[in-house]
Unconditional design. Structure first.
Length: 358
Protein backbone atom coordinates (compact mmCIF):
# COMPACT_ATOMS: atom_id res chain seq x y z
CA UNK A 1 0.00 0.00 0.00
CA UNK A 2 1.11 3.58 -0.60
CA UNK A 3 2.98 5.18 2.29
CA UNK A 4 1.19 8.47 2.82
CA UNK A 5 2.80 9.52 6.10
CA UNK A 6 2.74 13.29 6.40
CA UNK A 7 -0.28 13.66 4.08
CA UNK A 8 -3.59 14.93 5.52
CA UNK A 9 -6.16 12.22 6.17
CA UNK A 10 -3.84 9.70 4.55
CA UNK A 11 -4.33 11.30 1.11
CA UNK A 12 -1.07 11.86 -0.79
CA UNK A 13 0.22 15.36 -1.50
CA UNK A 14 1.97 15.52 -4.85
CA UNK A 15 4.62 17.64 -6.54
CA UNK A 16 3.20 19.78 -9.35
CA UNK A 17 6.16 20.16 -11.71
CA UNK A 18 5.89 23.17 -14.06
CA UNK A 19 6.02 22.37 -17.80
CA UNK A 20 9.55 22.10 -19.17
CA UNK A 21 10.83 24.17 -22.05
CA UNK A 22 11.51 22.11 -25.16
CA UNK A 23 13.93 23.05 -27.92
CA UNK A 24 12.56 23.35 -31.43
CA UNK A 25 14.73 20.91 -33.35
CA UNK A 26 15.26 20.72 -37.08
CA UNK A 27 13.09 17.96 -38.60
CA UNK A 28 16.07 16.50 -40.47
CA UNK A 29 18.08 15.65 -37.33
CA UNK A 30 18.91 12.00 -36.92
CA UNK A 31 17.10 10.22 -34.07
CA UNK A 32 20.36 9.71 -32.17
CA UNK A 33 21.32 13.36 -32.47
CA UNK A 34 17.87 14.59 -31.43
CA UNK A 35 17.80 12.21 -28.47
CA UNK A 36 21.23 13.34 -27.22
CA UNK A 37 20.05 16.95 -27.25
CA UNK A 38 16.74 16.20 -25.53
CA UNK A 39 18.32 14.05 -22.82
CA UNK A 40 20.99 16.61 -21.98
CA UNK A 41 19.12 19.87 -22.42
CA UNK A 42 18.10 20.30 -18.77
CA UNK A 43 21.41 19.31 -17.16
CA UNK A 44 23.80 21.81 -15.62
CA UNK A 45 27.43 21.84 -16.61
CA UNK A 46 29.43 19.87 -14.09
CA UNK A 47 31.30 22.10 -11.66
CA UNK A 48 28.45 24.61 -11.54
CA UNK A 49 27.78 26.20 -8.13
CA UNK A 50 24.04 26.66 -7.69
CA UNK A 51 23.21 29.51 -5.33
CA UNK A 52 19.88 29.24 -3.53
CA UNK A 53 18.03 31.65 -1.27
CA UNK A 54 14.86 31.61 0.82
CA UNK A 55 12.59 34.59 0.25
CA UNK A 56 9.08 36.01 0.19
CA UNK A 57 8.11 36.57 -3.43
CA UNK A 58 7.08 40.24 -3.90
CA UNK A 59 3.31 40.61 -4.01
CA UNK A 60 2.70 37.07 -2.82
CA UNK A 61 1.23 38.15 0.50
CA UNK A 62 3.84 36.51 2.73
CA UNK A 63 4.38 32.84 3.39
CA UNK A 64 7.99 32.83 2.24
CA UNK A 65 11.13 31.65 3.95
CA UNK A 66 11.33 34.53 6.41
CA UNK A 67 7.98 33.55 7.93
CA UNK A 68 8.85 29.87 8.20
CA UNK A 69 10.58 28.22 11.12
CA UNK A 70 14.28 27.47 11.03
CA UNK A 71 13.54 23.76 11.27
CA UNK A 72 11.80 23.88 7.88
CA UNK A 73 14.71 25.74 6.29
CA UNK A 74 17.14 23.26 7.83
CA UNK A 75 15.26 20.38 6.18
CA UNK A 76 15.92 21.98 2.79
CA UNK A 77 19.57 22.57 3.67
CA UNK A 78 19.85 18.93 4.75
CA UNK A 79 18.34 17.77 1.45
CA UNK A 80 20.88 19.80 -0.55
CA UNK A 81 23.65 18.31 1.59
CA UNK A 82 22.42 14.75 0.99
CA UNK A 83 22.50 15.17 -2.79
CA UNK A 84 25.95 16.77 -2.57
CA UNK A 85 27.24 13.96 -0.36
CA UNK A 86 26.46 11.39 -3.06
CA UNK A 87 29.79 12.61 -4.41
CA UNK A 88 29.06 14.98 -7.27
CA UNK A 89 30.68 17.91 -9.03
CA UNK A 90 27.73 20.24 -8.47
CA UNK A 91 27.76 22.43 -5.39
CA UNK A 92 24.96 24.25 -3.55
CA UNK A 93 25.58 27.51 -1.70
CA UNK A 94 23.01 29.48 0.28
CA UNK A 95 22.91 33.25 -0.33
CA UNK A 96 20.69 36.00 1.08
CA UNK A 97 20.15 38.18 -1.98
CA UNK A 98 17.81 36.78 -4.69
CA UNK A 99 19.84 38.73 -7.26
CA UNK A 100 22.80 36.46 -6.48
CA UNK A 101 20.81 33.23 -6.84
CA UNK A 102 19.84 30.79 -9.55
CA UNK A 103 17.38 29.04 -7.19
CA UNK A 104 14.76 30.94 -5.18
CA UNK A 105 12.81 28.91 -2.66
CA UNK A 106 9.43 29.92 -1.26
CA UNK A 107 7.10 28.33 1.28
CA UNK A 108 3.73 29.50 0.04
CA UNK A 109 1.04 27.34 1.55
CA UNK A 110 -1.75 26.46 -0.85
CA UNK A 111 0.57 26.57 -3.86
CA UNK A 112 1.79 22.98 -3.53
CA UNK A 113 5.37 21.78 -3.82
CA UNK A 114 7.22 22.07 -7.12
CA UNK A 115 10.46 23.01 -8.85
CA UNK A 116 11.52 23.97 -12.34
CA UNK A 117 13.63 21.27 -13.95
CA UNK A 118 17.36 21.87 -14.36
CA UNK A 119 18.47 24.89 -16.39
CA UNK A 120 14.86 26.05 -16.86
CA UNK A 121 15.40 27.90 -13.56
CA UNK A 122 17.68 30.33 -15.41
CA UNK A 123 14.74 31.58 -17.46
CA UNK A 124 12.75 32.70 -14.41
CA UNK A 125 12.80 36.30 -13.18
CA UNK A 126 14.95 37.02 -10.12
CA UNK A 127 11.73 38.32 -8.53
CA UNK A 128 10.02 34.93 -8.78
CA UNK A 129 10.35 31.54 -7.10
CA UNK A 130 11.93 28.63 -8.92
CA UNK A 131 10.97 26.15 -6.19
CA UNK A 132 8.19 26.02 -3.60
CA UNK A 133 7.34 23.91 -0.56
CA UNK A 134 3.66 23.97 0.31
CA UNK A 135 3.57 21.65 3.33
CA UNK A 136 5.49 20.61 6.42
CA UNK A 137 8.93 19.22 5.60
CA UNK A 138 9.65 17.59 8.96
CA UNK A 139 7.55 14.44 8.38
CA UNK A 140 9.01 11.50 6.39
CA UNK A 141 6.84 12.56 3.43
CA UNK A 142 8.01 16.17 3.77
CA UNK A 143 11.68 15.20 3.94
CA UNK A 144 11.23 13.11 0.80
CA UNK A 145 9.52 16.08 -0.87
CA UNK A 146 12.59 18.27 -0.26
CA UNK A 147 14.83 15.67 -1.89
CA UNK A 148 12.34 15.17 -4.75
CA UNK A 149 12.24 18.88 -5.64
CA UNK A 150 16.03 19.15 -5.59
CA UNK A 151 16.02 16.11 -7.89
CA UNK A 152 14.04 18.24 -10.35
CA UNK A 153 16.54 21.08 -9.94
CA UNK A 154 19.37 18.69 -10.83
CA UNK A 155 17.54 17.73 -14.03
CA UNK A 156 15.34 14.73 -13.17
CA UNK A 157 11.76 14.24 -14.35
CA UNK A 158 9.04 12.15 -12.71
CA UNK A 159 9.95 8.47 -12.66
CA UNK A 160 6.35 7.20 -12.90
CA UNK A 161 6.15 8.96 -16.28
CA UNK A 162 9.00 6.82 -17.60
CA UNK A 163 7.71 5.27 -20.85
CA UNK A 164 9.39 1.99 -19.91
CA UNK A 165 7.44 1.65 -16.67
CA UNK A 166 4.56 -0.16 -18.40
CA UNK A 167 2.03 1.54 -16.12
CA UNK A 168 -1.60 1.30 -17.28
CA UNK A 169 -3.78 3.77 -15.39
CA UNK A 170 -7.42 3.87 -14.50
CA UNK A 171 -7.39 7.38 -15.88
CA UNK A 172 -10.74 8.58 -14.59
CA UNK A 173 -9.89 7.28 -11.12
CA UNK A 174 -6.62 9.26 -11.26
CA UNK A 175 -8.42 12.44 -12.33
CA UNK A 176 -10.95 11.99 -9.52
CA UNK A 177 -8.29 11.25 -6.86
CA UNK A 178 -6.10 14.26 -7.66
CA UNK A 179 -9.00 16.55 -8.49
CA UNK A 180 -10.25 16.38 -4.90
CA UNK A 181 -8.72 17.63 -1.63
CA UNK A 182 -5.95 18.18 -0.72
CA UNK A 183 -4.44 18.50 -4.21
CA UNK A 184 -7.46 19.94 -6.07
CA UNK A 185 -5.69 19.66 -9.39
CA UNK A 186 -7.38 20.51 -12.68
CA UNK A 187 -7.30 17.69 -15.24
CA UNK A 188 -4.49 19.36 -17.18
CA UNK A 189 -2.17 19.38 -14.15
CA UNK A 190 -2.97 15.72 -13.42
CA UNK A 191 -2.28 14.75 -17.01
CA UNK A 192 1.00 16.68 -17.12
CA UNK A 193 2.34 15.27 -13.84
CA UNK A 194 0.96 11.72 -13.85
CA UNK A 195 -0.70 10.33 -16.97
CA UNK A 196 1.53 11.88 -19.64
CA UNK A 197 4.31 9.50 -20.64
CA UNK A 198 7.68 11.01 -21.44
CA UNK A 199 9.03 10.46 -24.93
CA UNK A 200 11.55 7.63 -25.23
CA UNK A 201 13.83 10.26 -26.83
CA UNK A 202 14.15 12.19 -23.56
CA UNK A 203 14.63 9.30 -21.13
CA UNK A 204 17.94 7.64 -20.33
CA UNK A 205 18.14 3.87 -20.10
CA UNK A 206 15.35 1.40 -20.73
CA UNK A 207 14.14 0.48 -17.25
CA UNK A 208 11.90 1.92 -14.54
CA UNK A 209 13.05 2.53 -10.97
CA UNK A 210 9.98 2.41 -8.66
CA UNK A 211 12.31 3.14 -5.70
CA UNK A 212 13.46 6.48 -7.14
CA UNK A 213 12.92 9.60 -5.05
CA UNK A 214 11.33 10.98 -8.25
CA UNK A 215 8.55 8.34 -8.10
CA UNK A 216 5.12 9.24 -6.69
CA UNK A 217 3.34 6.94 -4.29
CA UNK A 218 -0.22 5.99 -5.27
CA UNK A 219 -3.11 4.50 -3.30
CA UNK A 220 -4.96 1.37 -4.44
CA UNK A 221 -7.26 1.57 -7.41
CA UNK A 222 -5.29 3.88 -9.69
CA UNK A 223 -2.85 1.46 -11.37
CA UNK A 224 -4.25 -1.38 -13.47
CA UNK A 225 -0.88 -2.75 -14.62
CA UNK A 226 1.62 -3.97 -13.53
CA UNK A 227 -0.52 -6.32 -11.48
CA UNK A 228 1.67 -6.06 -8.35
CA UNK A 229 0.88 -2.34 -8.01
CA UNK A 230 -2.91 -2.58 -8.17
CA UNK A 231 -2.91 -2.37 -4.38
CA UNK A 232 -0.87 0.83 -4.56
CA UNK A 233 2.77 1.83 -4.63
CA UNK A 234 4.77 3.28 -1.75
CA UNK A 235 6.19 6.77 -1.72
CA UNK A 236 9.98 6.30 -1.82
CA UNK A 237 11.41 8.23 1.11
CA UNK A 238 15.13 8.07 0.29
CA UNK A 239 17.44 8.34 -2.71
CA UNK A 240 17.64 5.03 -4.54
CA UNK A 241 20.81 3.40 -5.82
CA UNK A 242 19.75 4.36 -9.35
CA UNK A 243 19.21 7.98 -8.30
CA UNK A 244 22.79 8.07 -7.07
CA UNK A 245 24.17 6.39 -10.19
CA UNK A 246 22.32 8.86 -12.40
CA UNK A 247 23.60 11.97 -10.64
CA UNK A 248 27.15 10.62 -10.49
CA UNK A 249 27.05 9.93 -14.22
CA UNK A 250 26.10 13.50 -15.14
CA UNK A 251 28.02 15.21 -12.35
CA UNK A 252 31.06 13.08 -11.45
CA UNK A 253 33.43 14.37 -8.76
CA UNK A 254 35.71 17.06 -10.13
CA UNK A 255 39.18 15.73 -10.80
CA UNK A 256 42.21 17.57 -12.12
CA UNK A 257 42.25 21.35 -12.42
CA UNK A 258 41.04 22.78 -15.75
CA UNK A 259 43.58 22.68 -18.55
CA UNK A 260 45.29 26.02 -19.22
CA UNK A 261 44.72 27.44 -22.71
CA UNK A 262 46.44 30.31 -24.53
CA UNK A 263 44.91 32.55 -27.23
CA UNK A 264 44.84 30.96 -30.71
CA UNK A 265 45.71 27.57 -29.20
CA UNK A 266 43.29 24.99 -30.61
CA UNK A 267 42.09 22.28 -28.23
CA UNK A 268 40.54 19.13 -29.65
CA UNK A 269 37.27 18.10 -27.95
CA UNK A 270 37.66 14.33 -27.84
CA UNK A 271 34.39 13.63 -26.02
CA UNK A 272 31.60 11.09 -26.05
CA UNK A 273 27.97 12.16 -25.81
CA UNK A 274 27.39 13.90 -22.46
CA UNK A 275 31.14 14.37 -21.92
CA UNK A 276 32.61 17.65 -20.70
CA UNK A 277 35.98 19.38 -20.72
CA UNK A 278 37.08 22.51 -18.82
CA UNK A 279 39.69 25.11 -19.84
CA UNK A 280 41.27 27.81 -17.67
CA UNK A 281 41.77 31.22 -19.27
CA UNK A 282 43.98 33.87 -17.64
CA UNK A 283 44.10 36.89 -20.00
CA UNK A 284 47.39 38.70 -20.46
CA UNK A 285 45.52 41.90 -21.38
CA UNK A 286 42.10 43.44 -20.88
CA UNK A 287 40.05 43.47 -24.08
CA UNK A 288 37.20 41.79 -25.92
CA UNK A 289 37.82 38.13 -26.74
CA UNK A 290 36.12 35.65 -29.04
CA UNK A 291 35.45 32.13 -27.76
CA UNK A 292 34.30 29.58 -30.31
CA UNK A 293 33.73 25.90 -30.95
CA UNK A 294 34.51 24.30 -34.32
CA UNK A 295 33.44 21.14 -36.09
CA UNK A 296 30.41 18.92 -36.67
CA UNK A 297 29.07 18.85 -33.14
CA UNK A 298 26.31 20.04 -30.82
CA UNK A 299 27.92 21.73 -27.83
CA UNK A 300 26.93 23.75 -24.77
CA UNK A 301 29.71 26.30 -24.07
CA UNK A 302 29.62 28.34 -20.85
CA UNK A 303 32.10 30.83 -19.42
CA UNK A 304 32.58 31.31 -15.66
CA UNK A 305 34.72 33.78 -13.74
CA UNK A 306 36.57 32.63 -10.63
CA UNK A 307 35.41 34.99 -7.86
CA UNK A 308 36.85 34.33 -4.40
CA UNK A 309 37.56 30.74 -5.38
CA UNK A 310 34.05 30.11 -6.72
CA UNK A 311 32.97 29.92 -10.39
CA UNK A 312 30.33 32.55 -11.22
CA UNK A 313 28.36 32.32 -14.45
CA UNK A 314 29.13 35.01 -17.04
CA UNK A 315 27.65 33.90 -20.35
CA UNK A 316 27.04 30.86 -22.53
CA UNK A 317 25.85 29.61 -25.89
CA UNK A 318 24.12 26.41 -26.96
CA UNK A 319 24.60 25.50 -30.64
CA UNK A 320 22.73 22.20 -30.54
CA UNK A 321 20.72 21.19 -33.57
CA UNK A 322 21.43 24.22 -35.76
CA UNK A 323 24.58 23.15 -37.70
CA UNK A 324 26.33 26.36 -36.63
CA UNK A 325 29.12 26.51 -34.08
CA UNK A 326 28.69 28.50 -30.89
CA UNK A 327 30.55 31.78 -30.47
CA UNK A 328 30.86 34.20 -27.54
CA UNK A 329 32.20 37.76 -27.55
CA UNK A 330 33.07 38.90 -24.04
CA UNK A 331 35.35 41.39 -22.31
CA UNK A 332 37.93 39.63 -20.16
CA UNK A 333 40.20 41.35 -17.66
CA UNK A 334 43.96 40.96 -17.31
CA UNK A 335 45.03 38.56 -14.57
CA UNK A 336 41.53 37.36 -13.68
CA UNK A 337 40.80 33.65 -13.90
CA UNK A 338 38.04 32.26 -16.06
CA UNK A 339 36.87 28.74 -16.83
CA UNK A 340 35.30 27.79 -20.16
CA UNK A 341 33.28 24.58 -19.93
CA UNK A 342 32.16 22.65 -23.01
CA UNK A 343 29.70 19.73 -22.93
CA UNK A 344 29.08 17.63 -26.03
CA UNK A 345 25.51 16.66 -26.78
CA UNK A 346 26.41 14.79 -29.94
CA UNK A 347 28.84 14.66 -32.85
CA UNK A 348 27.75 14.30 -36.46
CA UNK A 349 29.33 14.49 -39.90
CA UNK A 350 33.07 14.04 -39.41
CA UNK A 351 32.57 13.94 -35.66
CA UNK A 352 35.56 16.24 -35.10
CA UNK A 353 35.27 19.21 -32.72
CA UNK A 354 37.62 21.80 -31.21
CA UNK A 355 37.65 24.94 -29.03
CA UNK A 356 39.71 28.11 -29.37
CA UNK A 357 39.70 31.67 -28.06
CA UNK A 358 41.52 34.75 -29.35
Amino acid sequence: MADNRGSPNGIPLYCAQPPQTKPVLRPDLSPDRARAILVGRSKWLNGTVLHYCFFDEPGAGGGGGSSFSKIQLDEVRSAFEEWKNVGIGLDFVEVEDPADSEVRIGFQQGDGSWSYVGKDALGISRRERTMNFGWDLTSPHGQATARHEIGHLIGNGHEHQNPFAGIVWDEEAVFEELGGPPNNWPRQTTFHNVLRKLSTEEVEGSTWDPDSIMQYGFPAGLILQPEKYRAGIDFPLTLSATDKEFVQKWYPPLGAAPRGLKPFQSAELDLSSGGQVDFEIVPAETRNYELRTFGDSDILLVLFENVDGEPRFLTGVDDSGVNNNGQLTVKLFQGRRYVARARLYSAWGTGNAAFMYW
